[in-house]
Write a protein that binds this ligand. Sequence first.
Ligand code: ZN
Ligand code: ZN
Length: 579
Amino acid sequence: MKKYLILSLVLLSVLNSCNSTSDKENNAFEQYKNSFIDSLWKLYPDWATSVGYHNYDSLMYIPSTSQREKEKIFFNKQLNQLQQFDYSKLSETNKIDYKIVENFFQYSIWQIEQYKSWEWNPADYNVGSTFYYILSENYATLRDRIQNFYKRLKDVPTYYEAAKQNIKNPSDVHLKLAISQNEGTLSIFETSLKDSLNTLTLNDSMKNDFLKRNEDAINAIKSYIRFLQNFKNEHPRSFRLGATLYEDKFKYEIQSAYTADEIYQAALNRKKYLHEEMGKLARQLWKKYFHDAQMPNDTLLLIRKVIDTISVQHVKPEDFKSEIERQLPLQADFVRKKNLLYMDPNKPLKVRNEPGFMAGVAGASMSSPGPYEKNGTSYYNVGTLDGWSAEKAESYLREYNKYVLQILNIHEAIPGHYVQLMFSNQSPSIIKSILGNGAMIEGWAVYAEYMMMENGYGNGADSAEFWLMYYKWNLRTVCNAILDIGVHTKNMSEAEALDLLTRQAFQQQAEAEGKWNRVQVTNVQLTSYFTGFYEILQLREAYQKEKKEKYSLKEFNETFLSFGSAPIKYIREMMLGKD
Ligand code: ZN
Ligand code: ZN
């Protein structure tokens, strides 16, 4: 008996040492992450600048063949170094960081070797954003920032010469996009920079050197535009990615447990479900709004009529911002009252007027502090409709009507993006802030909308209207996924795409045409919202099954969010099979 006990103790300790994390391994891994990130910033100084890391502001990335060779060597070496770690000894956070970093290395190599947008997407080449950032962000004095601007200017001609060497077989839409975006970039050098220089006192020779370099940069951009305008391309590449590249990119970027085809099928099923539910609600609401008028036989037409009628209930243009501000505390109260998750009452959300450079882009959006601004504030930016034509404002306000405006607030703020960010800031991981998973972040916000609705948000006298408008909003997310996968892997035509968005998803023509433009020049990103939403619901169902009577929604939400902006499939691994 005693012998058996000793044996089992030994066995237990052996098991323990296999399963438990090791401080030594985790400390080494922390060091590894830090050194990897510093070398990443050296390799991609523009990226570093954009996340608020300013040690390499004077350097510029040159997209040359030798640079790509250097990158491949770097990523293979990093991959090798990473694999020296004993994964089983890492903490949960580090295990997820390990997977994220590993995926990033493989994705980066794949982009250079397989995706190759460096040879078919001329819009990859544009020096505008970093120069604009240095000029307009007040992270240092203008005098200091402009020094780095000057140093980088020297390399603009080399940059565009390398770009010209790379372009082989661009698609027509990417060619057009590159021309118009680089034309837009010219104003930074022709206007903004000159305005900034005039506010500084520089000696004449310094100022002349500056203007000379600036002139060379302007000429380099113009020369690239001409190169693109005159590009001879008998058989241009299609803007469609094709199924093989798409599946790979989806795997690396979304990091879903599902394939793109499985998500496509799930989205079609969801669309069918939403149409059925919306049909029921529209039939139910018909009498209230149309009295004895004849109900259309076509369900989609019926839904459209009811939606168009309900959409006229909206705030006045001048009340747009105050209405958002009025709603936020009510939504926070609802979250507390229903016990959906913990909200720190000491961290109220800061609502501000949309900064000038965002004007007119979105009615509302979240600005979160970058990874190097740990104590920075997150802001909820709300635009005014001042200066909009009455017609444009009316169309916008019908889209963001009484109901949709509340859903937008849920998505952006409470308990959507803002709350997710609050949780992820509690377990800071530089890896997750830099390489955070878009499908998790957007999926959470879309899930938050649904969770509020299923817990009775909007359960008033007009709850049928509320649900109908919620479903319309959700349908947009679902159709984004169908559209993206359909266009890039299934040859969906423009006519089919516009029919999907207008007749089947009840969007306005202008909105649908804008989406058609977007789906041609981007790929995969439009699936992130639905894929994340779908995976969170799947995970919640599995979690509830496993926890049985111990399950609570609050505990699920908080545990889920505690892992930070990580791919849902890894959060799933951490959450399931623990008991
Ligand atoms: Zn109106
Ligand atoms: Zn979002």
